[in-house]
Every structure is written in structure tokens, then in C-alpha cells.
Ligand binder design. Sequence first.
Ligand code: AMP
Length: 539
Amino acid sequence: MQGLMMDYPLTLRTVLDRANRLFPRRKLSTKIGASMHRYTYADFYDRVSKLANALARLGVQPGDRVATLAWNSYRHLELYFGIPCMGAVCHTLNLRLPPDQLIYIINHAEDKAICVDQSLLPLLEKISDHLKTVETIIVMADAPLQTTLTNAISYEELITGEQADFAWPELDERSAAAMCYTSGTTGNPKGVVYSHRSSYLHAVGACMTDSLGLSQNDIVMPVVPMFHVMAWGIPYAATFLGSEQVFPGPHLQPRDLADLIQNERVSLTAGVPTLWLGLFGLLEQERFDMSSLRVMIVGGSAAPRSMIENYQKKLGLRICHAWGMTETSPLGTVGNLKREVLEMPEDQQYAVRAKQGIPAPGIEVRAVDENGAEVAWDGKTMGELQVRGPWVASSYYNDPRSSASFVDGWFRTGDVVSFDEDGYMQIVDRTKDLVKSGGEWISTVELESVIMGHPGVLEAAVIAVPHAKWQERPLALVVARDKVAPPTKEAIYDHLAPHFAKWQLPDEILFVEAIPKTSVGKFDKKVVREQYKDYTLPE
Ligand code: AMP
């Protein structure tokens, strides 16, 4: 017997319409230089409609890729909706990628147009000769347009004469809405294509109380870039609910973030740990009013336990640790605490909060050993994480590497994890980052987390270096909080000793000025490994 419910298409148009109809006066605010640009969802809707008309006039067809190269802003949000709701595909480009990767991505996706922030135009001017499919460059400028590109037009001029009303097409929910390339560890980046359906369901999933738990009454500030996994889907979730949104633009220094949270009364924000480590340093020294903030969602790389504990104990701020990937939209697991955990002693609760959380409703997980057998959920046994669900990719875009990653309806993440009896997942490492010492594995993520718990340490990255006897051994690179009076090596070893067996400790600890970061603000282990590939460990 068939169910008798409507086959209602799950598309982003519903999300857009709802915000306009129910929350027209709610504010969207963007930091531009020293001031704030502000308008409402009603203004937003008008401009999204004008944009859709303008794209149609330019000849953008259903399924065409229209790229964005932009910071987090109200215009970027307009593109997030205008492009997919008129039937095209919003392809976010990572502005921190090296030119050769940007060229590869734009040509591989066959972008037809690129919408670029004026400040990022020089990036495009440098590579424009290599772009094979791009017909139009749309420049988002607050001042008159200045460029060497002959195919450039101004975003504002483009939309200005258009109707604030658009005949939105009835879209197939399975059609592509957006695309994003993985930030790439080896080889060329891989394209992930989100459908309307997956984006809609991901937004619903993100809003759930036991997930990221957004509310219509939140003031949401995605600090995670809109070019990194659609800012973790937060702009779609927040728009669906009609939450007010704050966009920091390129202003991501600790003081910018503290000012924005304080002045805009931000209640929910999200970003990678390095951002919040920096912010904590400032908040320790200066007073800001953070009382509006009810939760900070942290993911993208492991949030050190010390950071979670410091924010909570010293500032009364809750960090919610989450895990995800470009391929998973990205919501995978979220660190909300079960009642059983809340009944545990405080120390154990923090141990759970430092894990990456339990699978979000809708996401299925398993951890498997080398033979493909599922490992026990005992909090110890490690396996490769595999996931499946309605917002998990089923293949990469036009990429032969898909066959290695998508097997039997599961996506192989390449993350090594353990699950405890309660279902809390702990990321042990990326498969390729684990230190293989003798027959044993050492988790670089755990070592980093504990080293960063030393009060004198700002950042730490641990890598494997080749070793004649043990095959590989860990080397720790440490950035001291106070470079003039760094902690001693011995102090760091003493701090590590209670948490690790002796053979798991790094063979050497080196103090460095800075740790290289990836285009999305994670420690770039690939670069660090390259820098230390010939390093000889002390006897
Ligand atoms: P990306 O596709 O750039 O978002 O990167 C995804 C990868 O980031 C995952 O495969 C993990 O290795 C890592 N990652 C994401 N969130 C976390 C987290 N909370 N803790 C540790 N690693 C994480």
C-alpha cells in the first residue's frame, strides 16, 4: 500500500518564501569596514528576486553553474538563494586557494559566471586568461567598478532595474542547488553537489533542538566562511526559521568577533577552533559583554578539551562540539549531552564534551576495521568512519576517485574514530595523520588537544616523522602564548605524562613562531610534514 501524502518538493524556494512572508522585518546585518549594512528579510527577498531576473536576462539556464568568490555578507546570502531558486547551481569558491586550484575548480565545474567581492577581484584578474567557460564576472562593489576585465559588470547595476518579483520555477527537488569542492589534501579538489532536497533536509536537521538547535529568536553569526561547506548550512537553517543573521565580512580578528557579538547581541555563532582560541586570548585580557551568546558551535578540527573547559568555567560560555565534512553537508555528529552524561561527575562530562558528539538525527554511522567488519562501541576500538544519510554525497562530481570513497551505499570518510557505549564519537585522526609507531598507532589529535591544554601554549600540531627503528614517531610543534617567556619542554612533558603511556609521548617538542593553516583555518599537516620530512629526531 502506498502512503497518501503529498509529494511536496523540498526546495530552497520554500525556505526563501517563509522568511519573507513570516519575518519580513527581521534584520540581516553585515560588517562593512567600520560600519554595518542593515536591511530586512523583505528587502532581501526583493533583491533575490531582482537577482533571479537579472541572471535569467544574462542567459543563465537551469543547471548552469554560477560561482561566488566572496566573504560572508548579505550579497552572498542573496546569491545563496537567487542562484538555486531560479534553477542554477550556486558554486562557492574558496578564496584562500592557490591560483592553480581555483583555475582547476572553475574549469572543472564549468562555471558560466562568477560573482566576486570587489576586494577579491585582483585574484580573478590574475587567473582570468585560464578560465575556459566563464562568460561574465559580476562584481559586488560598494564603489564604482574598476577592473582590467572586459567581461565584468557591477552587481548593483545588474539588478537595479529588475522587477522585485520573479516567477520561481517548479524545481525538481533532486536537481542541484549548490556545489562546493573539498579543500583537498592530496591531488585536485573534489566536487560535491548538494541538491535542493539535501539542502532542505540538512537545514531541517540543523534546526533540531538536539542538533545545532537554532531558533527563530536567535541572532546567528556564521563565522565559518560561506565558501566552506555552505557555512555549515547555517545560512539556510537560519533563513528557514527567520532568525536574524550577522555577517562578519572579512573581519575575523578576535576583536572584530568580540565587538560583533557584543554590539549585535549574537546568540549563536559557529567556526573552527583556531578562531575561538584567538578570541579566548582577548576575552581573558579585556572585558566584553558576551551575555547574549548562548552557544558557540565548534568543528572542522578537534576542539581541545581545555578550550571547552576554559570558555565554560571562566566565561560561562557553552561550546558545542560538532563533526562534519564537505561530503556530509556538513552535519554529521553533534556534542549535545544526554541526560545520562549530565548525571556524570563534571570531569567526565568534559571528557564527553571534548568528543565530537553523537550522530545527528538522520545520519547513520559505522566504524569498520581493515576487513570491513564493524568495530565494537566500547570507547576504545578504532575503525574507519563510514556514514550515510539524506544529506551525504553519493559520489563526487565527474571524478573517477568516487569509486574509492563511495562503497555499498556508504561514504568512507577517511577519519579514524572510536564510539563509546553511549554513541559519542571520538575522532582519533585522519587515516593518513596517525603515527604508526612499531605495531601501534598514536593519535596526533589527542596529543595536540592535551598540549593545547597547557596554559603556556597557544597552538600545537603533532606529525609523524620517519624513524629507523619504529617506522614513525611523533614530533610536536608548539606555539607559545608568550613568545618571550615560553614554557619549558619539560613542563609540557610533565603536563602530558598523566594522559599518555611513555611510548606515546612525542620524541621531540619544537617551539615555532606559527603553525601553517589550511584555506579553512585548520592546521595544515601536509605542509608541516613537508617542512619536517628530513628532520632527524634526537636519540
Ligand atoms: P572539510 O571537508 O574541509 O570540512 O574537512 C572535513 C574533515 O575535517 C573531517 O574529515 C575531519 O577529519 C575534520 N573534522 C571536522 N570536524 C572535526 C572535529 N570536530 N574534530 C576533529 N576533526 C574534525
